[in-house]
Design a protein. Structure first.
Length: 226
């Protein structure tokens, strides 16, 4: 993508976020206009404040992705070249945890749909269900770790075990950040806030779906390392 003279990196990121949100229209004030000035497409609801949150989430996801990709690169190198590599049995519970996490993405989108239709009560019920499913996933991961520890599989016993704990614990910690965001959107009063609840819910959904997809990728990688 070629950057036009006079624009900044943040300008480019805002355009990317707008594209993710489904529109190709520049943010209000970029060309001196606000709304109704011609050109289609929608912006992230909530105005410039919502775009700032979206940019922060996008940068956070990039940082998380870089961290995990560095770990994945080390994992693959050792898996292929290290003669001391020993895999770790992946607990069957992780399949159930995965179903729980993927279900949470479905309930999140259903909640956003009801919010857009003006059904606040239905939105809150489904949003809290999403939060509960996220918490259930983390609790399920803790149970899986305990199962491995009971079986004598510690992070120090092999390279495969070490990577198993690094991947799953790091993902769970980052998912806890998403749970905090879900609680924020679900319980905050947005009457006088700089952003709308719809905007906050949309930005949160970016992060939540990203963490879901990341987990599916990590789970496939863990089975590769068995």
């Amino acid at each position: 993508m070629c950057r036009m003279p006079g624009t900044s990196v943040l300008d480019d990121i805002e355009l990317i976020v707008d594209d993710i949100g489904g529109g190709g229209k520049p943010p209000a004030g970029r060309d001196g206009g606000d709304s109704g000035g011609g050109g289609g497409g929608r912006r992230v609801p909530g105005g410039s404040s919502a775009r700032k949150y979206a940019i922060a989430i996008a940068l956070g996801m990039v940082a998380i992705l870089v961290f995990f990709m560095a770990m994945v690169a080390a994992f693959l190198v050792l898996r292929i070249k290290s003669p001391q590599w020993k895999g770790v049995p992946v607990p069957a519970l992780l399949w159930f945890n995965t179903i729980v996490l993927l279900s949470s993405s479905g309930t999140l989108e259903a909640a956003r749909k009801h919010l857009g239709a003006g059904n606040e009560r239905r939105f809150k019920n489904l949003w809290l269900l999403t939060t509960a499913l996220g918490m259930a996933f983390v609790l399920g991961q803790i149970v899986a770790w305990r199962q491995l520890v009971t079986a004598g599989v510690y992070g120090s016993v092999s390279q495969g075990a070490a990577f198993f704990y690094v991947f799953t614990v790091a993902h769970a910690v980052h998912l806890l950040g998403g749970i905090c965001a879900l609680l924020y959107v679900g319980f905050r009063k947005f009457g006088a806030a700089a952003v709308t609840r719809a905007a906050a819910a949309e930005v949160t959904s970016y992060y939540w779906h990203f963490m879901d997809a990341l987990w599916v990728f990590l789970l496939a990688l863990l089975y590769l390392g068995k």
